[in-house]
Design a protein around this ligand. Structure first.
Ligand code: NAD
Ligand code: 0WE
Length: 257
């Protein structure tokens, strides 16, 4: 099963043990991947502690995805240490709290800018840094995490829905640019999972209840299951899939009423 032996991956978006990015780190590390994990300032302790539990010690670096300088230094370091890169996972998302608390109509210019910068543009910036390192390996696979609030209206998702729509479109334009270099670009659209980001959403347990009732599988998806699907798309098993948004939501998205 070591489909990731000889592969190096960069994973952006681990905050704590509940993070979907951490589930992807575990799923790929278990299959033999060597990892680079980045953290947003305040999560350094958590991420360093978690990283000690992986079979191969990852390289752990700071990266605020809103900073071009941080992104540049991450790729400079990966170039020095590994001379290439096989996969990239983008799991960063943020909208200012007040934007999620007030009606969408009242979204501020600055709130909109921040949400799209952190949650969508950052994937373009990371892809641009990763691509030359993937060229050194003859290709690669990039993956981001999205939510179906990009396509349909969910109460309280608001400007994050707009940011995820931009992110999903970004996946397609990046896939078109990078395909000729044998670099694939995909997204997983996960069902709701109780992570730190979700804990900041009012009424999240109600959302989990609705999904559990309505999803064909009559349950919610687990982070580890997103990790397995991610490992598939990141590995050579997914090597003919690019520009795709794969729903990993226990079938919820097919339901009408
Ligand atoms: P999480 O809170 O564990 O992860 C969000 C991450 O974004 C954190 O690690 C945080 O540090 C990072 N981040 C925010 N701003 C950043 C910045 N400026 N620079 C660097 N990192 C920054 O929560 P999660 O649920 O694991 O979220 C991961 C991804 O999965 C997000 O894109 C989220 O939208 C997506 N997603 C989550 C769910 C869910 O229900 N939890 C469902 C579908 C998609
Ligand atoms: O992308 C998300 C949430 C991301 C998020 C969360 C916060 C809370 C704290 C972005 N910015 C902030 N800003 C904060 O200040 N998800 C996919 C989780 C989520 O949020 C929902 C969902 C789901 C699922 C909101 C409504 C309905 C479903």
């Amino acid at each position: 099963m070591p489909e990731f032996s000889e592969k190096t991956g960069l994973i952006v978006g681990v905050a704590n043990k509940r993070s979907i990015a951490w589930a992807i780190a575990q799923a790929t590390a278990r299959r033999g991947a060597r990892l680079v994990l980045t953290y947003q300032g305040r999560f350094e302790e958590h991420v360093r502690e978690l990283s000690e539990g992986l079979s191969t010690r990852p390289l752990v670096l700071p990266c605020d995805v809103a900073s071009d300088a941080d992104i540049d230094s991450v790729f400079a370091r990966i170039g020095q240490e590994f001379g290439g890169l096989d996969f990239l996972v983008h799991g960063a998302a943020f909208a200012p709290r007040e934007e999620l608390a007030s009606p969408f109509l009242n979204t501020s210019r600055e709130g909109f800018r921040v949400a799209l910068d952190v949650s969508a543009y950052s994937f373009v910036a990371l892809a641009r840094g990763a691509a030359p390192l993937m060229d050194k390996r003859g290709g690669g696979s990039m993956l981001t995490l999205t939510y179906i609030g990009s396509q349909r209206v969910f109460p309280n998702y608001k400007v994050m829905g707009v940011a995820k729509a931009a992110l999903e479109s970004t996946v397609r334009y990046l896939a078109a640019d990078l395909g000729p270099r044998n670099i694939r670009v995909n997204a997983i659209s996960a069902g709701p999972i109780k992570t730190l980001a979700a804990a900041g959403i009012g009424g999240f347990s109600r959302i989990l209840d609705v999904y559990r009732e309505r999803a064909p599988l009559r349950r919610n998806v687990e982070a580890a299951e997103v990790g397995e699907a991610a490992a598939f798309l990141l590995s050579d098993e997914g090597k003919a899939i690019s520009g795709e948004v794969l729903l990993v939501d226990c079938g919820f998205h097919i339901t009408g009423m």
